[in-house]
Ligand binder design. Structure first.
Ligand code: BDR
Ligand code: CA
Length: 311
């Protein structure tokens, strides 16, 4: 099994991934850490707690970043995930509450309790992982791996022509996390845009889930309009679930190894830059950043089937 901390900004596609993390027998969800991104951080925390509650699971949730490290926050447009992050559907009332520890402290404590075992799966802006690294730089040797949903190498961006939302929302944090030198895999738009969760998949998911099914299906219906407009497809890209698919079924992806970096300023702000290993660039800094793995190919139909079956 895979013990994980799930770092998230729920978010419609985050909610689908949380449901997977709660349900999959090979995933041990040690806790969730929350960040602003699709919604403000208190809404993100509320949604993470509520989704666990609807699955009748008691999972620690620790609240984290409320804004980017350096640049001002760009609030997410409410037409993508809804003002409440879950497609503006009516939600049941919440009973639980968040940990008193910060997200970064929760990450540090949890990884140190099980050195070498815990994977960090991050599917929002990367401020919490950057803050955890600052608290304990030795985390780079103590996590099992870091799986990041974010970035784009060949696919182009979804916020700007070159930048994907999670990286664009905090490029400075992303630069620290992607160049830290821990075992890291990037699951970006290159693969998540090849995965389309269709209305018939969602009908199967709704039928198989209890109270959580209503929330997943209702929020999906709202998110679907955005994909129709943006990509002209009938269905949604389950971005954040793809990070969990990589964790459990890596054979469904093709990865490439190289040096990864992030543009933090100017027109390219938030762009992820990938330098395949052993290319011998004349400018040495491109071969000096640590190596990481980047997903560039995927069996999208198999990933979507895995998501649907899991749920
Ligand atoms: C990412 O941005 C967010 O809107 C989604 O939840 C996902 O994590 C996709 O670019
Ligand atoms: Ca997300």
């Amino acid at each position: 099994t895979h013990p994980i901390i799930f770092d998230t900004d729920p978010g419609v596609d985050d909610a689908q991934a949380i449901a997977i993390a709660l349900a999959h027998p090979e995933i041990e969800l040690l806790g969730m850490t929350t960040t602003y991104g699709n919604v403000d951080v208190s809404t993100a925390t509320h949604n993470a707690l509520l989704l666990a509650q609807l699955a009748d699971k008691s999972i620690p949730v620790a609240q984290g970043a409320a804004a980017p490290l350096v640049k001002p926050r760009h609030p997410a447009p409410a037409h993508i995930h809804g003002a409440n992050g879950l497609g503006d559907i009516e939600l049941p009332s919440l009973q639980g509450q968040a940990e008193s520890r910060s997200a970064a402290q929760f990450i540090v404590d949890t990884v140190n309790a099980r050195p070498g075992e815990v994977s960090l799966v991050a599917v929002g802006p990367l401020g919490n992982l950057a803050a955890a690294l600052q608290l304990d730089p030795m985390l780079v040797d103590k996590v099992k791996q870091v799986v990041v949903m974010g970035g784009s190498i060949r696919e182009g961006g979804n916020v700007t022509p070159v930048a994907e939302a999670n990286i664009f929302n905090d490029p400075h944090a992303a630069a620290r996390v992607l160049t830290a030198g821990w075992p890291l895999v990037m699951v970006g738009l290159d693969v998540t845009h090849r995965c389309v969760l269709s209305p018939s998949h969602m009908a199967r998911i709704e039928a198989g889930q209890g109270k959580l099914g209503k929330v997943l299906a209702g929020s999906y219906a709202f998110y679907r309009d955005f994909y129709q407009e943006m990509l002209g497809i009938d269905g949604c890209c389950p971005h954040d679930s793809c990070a969990l698919a990589w964790l459990v079924r890596p054979e469904l992806f093709t990865t490439h190894r190289g040096h990864l970096n992030v543009a933090t300023e100017g027109e390219a702000e938030g762009q992820t830059i990938f330098a395949p290993e052993n290319r011998g660039y004349i400018e040495p800094r491109w071969s000096q950043t640590p190596l990481a793995d980047v997903c560039l190919g995927v069996d999208g139909a198999a990933v979507v089937e895995w998501i649907t079956e899991t749920l």
